[in-house]
Structures are given as structure tokens and as C-alpha cells.
Design a protein around this ligand. Structure first.
Ligand SMILES: NC(=O)c1ccc[n+]([C@@H]2O[C@H](COP(=O)([O-])OP(=O)(O)OC[C@H]3O[C@@H](n4cnc5c(N)ncnc54)[C@H](O)[C@@H]3O)[C@@H](O)[C@H]2O)c1
Length: 290
């Protein structure tokens, strides 16, 4: 009999890609999303193959759903917004995840994969703190309550369906959107800051391998290479054939200078070359948004 996976945040960028792959692989999928940033069109393709609950995780009841595995993607993930609303990030990201862990314990769901973030590493924003605290809870509960929990620290994920208001690693959608329109995007700081970008399909692979294998603990999910924002701008500009320059403005509070995933000894390897990933993402933007 196929296993049943609860995907939280299923209508979001990552949740929808993970759910699609799970359906392809023959899993039964239950999804929950309050559509705060997620979009129904993200799950249109699989809507008749999943059980969808339009509600907040805080009110979602796991009882009688026969869930075998939880893949937890739901979160607020806007670093600048979190600086203004630390309470909201605590409630939505920490308290809601804690409640879900307790529900999992109550209904004996052992296997849980949780979306964390590279922001948990430096922990310089309420968003980063919410992810770090969640990691800490799950690391303790793994031992205390014998739960099989994997934390995946995503770096800057990009790819089709990433919306500009998901606000996490939105630099790629913003650059593509602006450059396709011949407009100048804004760069915060001098562009020398760098990020580890990873294509969405590779993040889906990391989730599936965590669901299907025994990889407890906290793992970086990035490419292992850091790209300067100014180089990223020039790269996308060349791929699109745009002829504009960026507007430089002051650095944003809470933004780290550099992120780069630790890749040694990990259980899964990314496969997507960044040029290919950017080309696929640009093509998606051309078809969907312009
Ligand atoms: N995209 C990235 O680059 C990136 C990087 C690091 C970590 N992450 C993490 O990955 C996960 C998915 O991010 P994403 O980029 O797909 O963001 P997203 O905003 O597209 O998806 C999050 C989804 O969760 C839903 N949601 C939020 N709070 C909820 C709640 N309380 N109850 C029910 N649904 C709720 C939203 O409506 C949305 O559909 C998040 O946990 C995020 O912190 C993402």
C-alpha cells in the first residue's frame, strides 16, 4: 500500500513542486495551506490527485488522516518583513511547527522532514531565529520522543513558480521580471554580497531522499557555490539580452554578506547546472508572467 504524506505549505513554491513529485512517485498526498503566500494555481495540475485542506496549520487536525510522513514546508519567509513582525514569525513558524510536532507525536507519525533555512546559521533576523528554534526543538524531540526528523537547511532556492512575493530568495525572480521588461532592478549594497543558489528540482530530490532514506539531523541544501549578486545580475542580463544597469541602494538589515552550503559527506547531490536552471526559470517567466 502506498504511503501517505502530509505536505504543509503545499500551495507554495517548494511545497507544490515536492507534492507533484510525490504524486508522480505514487504516494498519497494530503496538503494543507492557508494561501497566505501560496497560490491555488500552483497545485492546479495535481488538484484532483491530492486531498487539499485550505486552512492554517494551527487549526489542522491530523487525527483520522492515517498520515505516515510529514513534509513540513509551511512558513512565513520574508526576512525584511520578519524584522517588523517578530511576533508573527514566532506564532506562524515556531508555535505552529511545535504544535505539528506534538500532533505527530500524539498520532505516532515517526518520519518528519522540515524545511529550515540557511538563515538559521547566522540567525540575524526573527525569520532566521524562527528556523533555528525549530531546528533545536526537532533535534531534541528526535531523542526525547524517538522521532525520525530531518531538517533541511535550504539556501537560496530558485525556479519556476517562485513568486516575487514569496520574498525569500526573490532576487532571481525580481531580476528576471525587471530585465524581461527592460527595467532596472535594485541591488541592496554594492552587489559584492554572495548567495548559494540551488535549483528547485534539486531541493525536491533532497526532500524525497530524506523521506525515503534514514538521514536524520540537519543538512545543508545548497549547491556549495556562492555567486555574487552583481555577477548574477550580469549573468541573467546576458541570458535575456537586456541592456539596462542596476540601481544600487543601501544594504538591508538582516541580510548576510555571504552564504555557502557545506556539501561534504551529504546524502544527496544536486544535479542542475546553474545556467540550465536560470534558462528554465527565464522560460517559465516568459510563458507565465510577461
Ligand atoms: N524559497 C527559498 O529560497 C527558501 C530558502 C530557505 C528556506 N525556505 C523554506 O522553505 C519553505 C517553503 O518556502 P517557499 O519558498 O516555498 O515559500 P512560499 O511562501 O512559496 O510557501 C510557503 C507556503 O506556506 C503557506 N503557509 C504559511 N504559513 C502557513 C500556515 N501557518 N498554515 C498553512 N500554510 C501556511 C503559504 O501560504 C505558502 O503556500 C519555508 O519553510 C521556507 O522558510 C525557502
Amino acid at each position: 500500500m502506498s504511503k501517505k504524506v502530509l505536505v504543509t505549505g503545499i500551495a507554495g513554491f517548494l511545497g507544490s513542486h515536492i507534492a507533484e513529485r510525490l504524486v508522480e512517485l505514487g504516494y498519497e498526498v494530503v496538503g494543507v495551506d492557508n494561501l497566505s503566500t501560496g497560490k491555488p494555481k500552483n497545485i492546479k495540475k495535481i488538484f484532483d490527485k491530492i486531498e487539499f485542506h485550505w486552512m492554517s496549520l494551527e487549526h489542522f487536525d491530523i487525527e483520522n488522516k492515517d498520515i505516515d510522513i510529514i513534509c513540513h514546508q509551511a512558513a512565513l519567509c520574508n526576512v525584511p518583513h520578519s524584522m517588523k513582525d517578530p511576533d508573527g514569525y514566532f506564532e506562524n513558524n515556531v508555535a505552529a511547527t511545535h504544535r505539528m510536532l506534538m500532533e505527530a507525536r500524539k498520532y505516532n507519525i515517526k518520519k518528519i522532514v522540515i524545511a529550515s533555512s540557511s538563515a538559521a546559521e547566522e540567525c540575524i533576523s526573527p525569520y532566521g531565529m524562527s528556523k533555528k528554534v525549530t531546528e533545536d526543538y526537532s533535534n531534541h524531540y528526535r531523542n526525547l520522543y524517538d522521532m525520525d526528523i530531518t531538517n533541511l537547511r535550504y539556501f537560496n532556492v530558485y525556479g519556476p513558480r517562485q513568486s516575487m512575493d514569496s520574498q525569500h530568495s526573490m532576487v532571481i525572480p525580481i531580476f528576471i521580471n525587471k530585465l524581461l521588461k527592460g527595467e532596472s532592478p535594485t541591488i541592496y549594497g554594492d552587489g559584492e554580497q554572495s548567495r548559494d543558489f540551488i535549483y528547485v528540482d534539486d531541493v525536491v530530490d533532497a526532500n524525497i531522499a530524506a523521506i525515503e532514506g534514514d538521514h536524520q539531523g540537519t543538512w545543508d541544501v545548497g549547491s556549495g557555490e556562492s555567486t555574487k549578486i552583481i555577477d548574477l545580475f550580469n549573468w541573467i542580463k546576458a541570458l535575456i539580452g537586456a541592456e539596462v544597469d542596476p540601481i544600487f541602494t543601501k544594504k538591508r538589515p538582516g541580510d548576510p554578506f555571504e552564504t555557502e552550503a557545506i556539501v561534504s559527506g551529504r546524502y544527496w547531490q544536486p544535479k542542475t547546472d546553474m545556467s540550465d536552471g536560470l534558462i528554465k526559470t527565464i522560460e517559465w517567466w516568459k510563458n507565465e508572467n510577461v
